[in-house]
Design a protein. Structure first.
Length: 338
């Protein structure tokens, strides 16, 4: 049965739910082997690094799971200056990383033009791709940033179950989130989406729905990361996602989506010591090291015990070669054929 599913070219929702239920050792290894094969076929052995700058932790949203939620008044807020952002971009560029990710909470103090100026400066000074991860903004702002040189936009759908979406995000609509992803796509951004695995009340059907939504949106990157509770949030007492489960979800996502980029996320590395290595052998081909400088870094506390490495490049170089893979020298643009 499992071999039949793994050999199908197109798997459907019930196949995905079936795979998600697999718990027997031999069957699990078949899933991981297949994911590794698919990853090798579509991504090769290169691992793309994306350097993250978390430049503001102000957030207008109140997501129940996230430590940056606006109701978390115990979190000290910060906003990096343009100069600090550019200096960090330079550190990333000098580490030979070819993608810079500008990430923040939904911070409306920064205007569309402020962000566009930062994008222009980075693009004028460094030969890198830029990914934005700034939450939901206006169509006109997305357009301005694309014109300024932004290449990609990361906006996770978080859950494809519309009822759960409105619970986690206090009445917001999944439909609006999807609409924003479509706007971004229509503007020529490479889009990244994905979910959080292990949120309260989420079931296997929901996770199958997350994978299929990414497929339907034809995403360029799919980021599936484990839920980790965050203090001072309504979900502080919830259990973290099981590490073997998130690895299985990643492997199945790779098998279904094939030619997408997929990160071994910081959340996975925070959940489990060898998370990055395990992620790379469960279908991932991207790592997103954090370059946010002190004293800001520790304040971007989305969840508890977020992994923070000082000599990250030395570590990643050793880690990636220990898996028999190598760091890409390319920007790691979309894997979709045009
Ligand atoms: N556990 C795991 N991931 C989380 N995020 C926010 N809070 C948590 C949490 N408690 C993720 C969301 C968001 C990204 C920046 O961080 O998916 O899109």
């Amino acid at each position: 049965m499992i071999k039949d599913i793994l050999n199908k070219h197109e798997v459907n929702r019930s196949d995905i739910v079936y795979l998600l239920q697999v718990n027997e050792e031999n069957e699990l290894s078949l899933i991981f082997q297949k994911a590794d094969k698919v990853r090798e076929k579509y991504c090769g052995n290169e691992v793309h690094l994306r350097g993250i700058i978390e430049f503001s932790n102000y957030c207008a949203q109140d997501c129940l799971y996230c430590g940056l939620r606006k109701s978390n008044i115990s979190l000290e807020r910060y906003r990096m200056t343009k100069n600090e952002i550019l200096q960090t971009a330079e550190r990333i560029f000098k580490s030979e990383i070819k993608t810079i990710v500008l990430q923040s909470g939904e911070d409306f103090f920064l205007t569309g033009k402020d962000i566009a100026d930062i994008i222009c400066e980075i693009k004028n000074n460094f030969d890198v791709a830029i990914t934005l991860s700034l939450g939901e903004r206006d169509y006109e702002e997305y357009k301005l940033w694309r014109k300024a040189g932004a290449d990609r936009y990361l906006l996770k759908h978080e859950t494809a179950n519309s009822k759960l979406y409105s619970v986690y995000h206090l009445g917001q609509k999944l439909q609006d989130r999807v609409q924003h992803l479509l706007y971004l796509k229509s503007l020529g951004y490479q889009i990244g989406s994905g979910n959080i695995v292990g949120l309260p009340a989420q079931n296997l059907e929901d996770i199958a729905g997350d994978i299929l939504l990414c497929k339907c949106l034809d995403v360029d990157m799919a980021s599936f990361s484990p839920f980790i509770p965050s203090p001072n949030t309504p979900y502080r007492k919830q259990k973290p996602c099981d590490v073997n489960f998130i690895l299985k979800v990643m492997a199945i996502t790779r098998i279904v989506l094939k030619n997408v980029h997929m990160p071994a996320t910081t959340a996975l590395a925070s959940l489990y010591q060898e998370g990055r290595e395990k992620g790379l052998s469960a279908g991932a081909n991207v790592i997103m090291p954090n370059f946010t400088p002190a004293p800001y870094k520790e304040k971007f506390s989305i969840y508890i015990n977020k992994k923070s490495d000082d000599d990250i490049m030395t570590q990643l170089t050793a880690l990636i070669s220990s898996t028999g893979r190598f760091i890409s020298k390319e920007k790691g643009q979309t894997l979709k054929m045009h």
